[in-house]
Design a protein around this ligand. Structure first.
Ligand code: C2E
Ligand code: MG
Ligand code: MG
Ligand code: MG
Length: 280
């Protein structure tokens, strides 16, 4: 009986795995189609300078609007894009969109707005990354300091030597660099010192619970202190309430981003926010 049950369990497991693989293949097919049908778009979430309260830039975030399945989260489709190699096409598309959008903001008189683009592991480890980015910046005549690239702490730690090499080449172009979801991976402080980065993005998990959970508050404090001693900026993600914003200001955080200020929004809506931010 036990054997029988085991076998059934096994069968159930493989069926579930089969369904998962089928679902993945379906998504992969749909993702290829989405690319050709322009179902992907970028939304922009403002990043606020604490000192002045102004919008200093935007993080560009990918959206996939599937005609039947609705919105599919980047957390679902980026891993599929990575496994299938589609990430290179998607990543280049994203860089073109974000950089051309930033160029448009500058052309319409917004002088200080920069754009941040997320890079996945496959993109970051691609040997052609630096030349690709250089080419796109040149195509839109965008000075490199308006572009920020975000890699997660975990991606940075995959191959330290390669990370240092890539970051140094990007930094040499004048691109700004940040470590995303900081605190969730395992950075060695010794390597952190060797990365030519500008900003640590404090993971939203710590920010959400910072006011109720002493441990999370202590981590936020520690990251801010660490950043300061390394000469880096901090940006807190997931700032949802005024209480979060006030506490982070007192702690000396440099930049903030989150639903309290704005959800990620379409480029046109972001332009309206920029106009308001500069009037006030
Ligand atoms: P991330 O780069 O850490 O982006 C932050 C995520 O937190 C975004 O989710 C954003 O919408 C969400 N968020 C921002 N403020 C708040 C807040 O106050 N509260 C809450 N609950 N959430 C907030 P999103 O857009 O679903 O993106 C998820 C992840 O997908 C990103 O995490 C990033 O790792 C990845 N991703 C998104 N766009 C791209 C892209 O163009 N390329 C690559 N490679 N990855 C991307
Ligand atoms: Mg990010
Ligand atoms: Mg993040
Ligand atoms: Mg994240």
């Amino acid at each position: 009986r036990a054997k029988q049950a085991g076998r059934n369990q096994y069968q159930f497991f493989t069926q579930e795995m089969h369904a998962q693989i089928a679902h993945k293949m379906e998504l992969e097919h749909a993702l290829r189609f989405a690319l050709s049908q322009n179902q992907l778009n970028l939304v922009f979430q403002p990043q606020i300078e604490v000192k002045t309260g102004r919008i200093m830039g935007a993080e560009a975030l990918l959206r996939w609007q599937h005609p039947q399945l609705g919105q599919i989260s980047p957390q679902t489709f980026i891993p599929i894009a990575e496994e299938t190699g589609l990430i290179n096409t998607i990543g280049n598309w994203t860089l073109h969109q974000a950089i051309s959008q930033c160029r448009q903001w500058l052309d319409s008189g917004h002088q200080e707005v920069q754009v941040a683009v997320n890079l996945s592991a496959v993109q970051f480890n691609n040997p052609t990354l630096v030349s690709t980015i250089e080419t796109i910046l040149a195509e839109y005549h965008l000075p490199a300091q308006y572009l920020e690239l975000e890699i997660t702490e975990s991606v940075a730690m995959i191959n330290i030597e390669l990370t240092i090499k890539q970051l140094e080449s990007l930094a040499a172009l004048g691109i700004r660099l940040s470590l995303d979801d900081f605190g969730t991976g395992y950075s060695s402080l010794n390597y952190l010192k060797k990365f030519p980065i500008d900003t640590l993005k404090i993971d939203q998990g710590f920010v959400f619970d910072m006011l109720e959970d002493e441990d999370d508050a202590a981590i936020v404090d520690a990251v801010i202190t660490l950043a300061r001693s390394l000469g880096l900026n901090t940006l807190a993600e997931g700032v949802e309430t005024q209480a979060h914003a006030d506490a982070l200001q007192i702690k000396g955080c440099d930049f903030m981003q989150g639903y309290y200020f704005s959800k990620p929004i379409e480029a046109a809506a972001f332009t309206v926010l920029l106009d308001q931010s500069e009037i006030n």
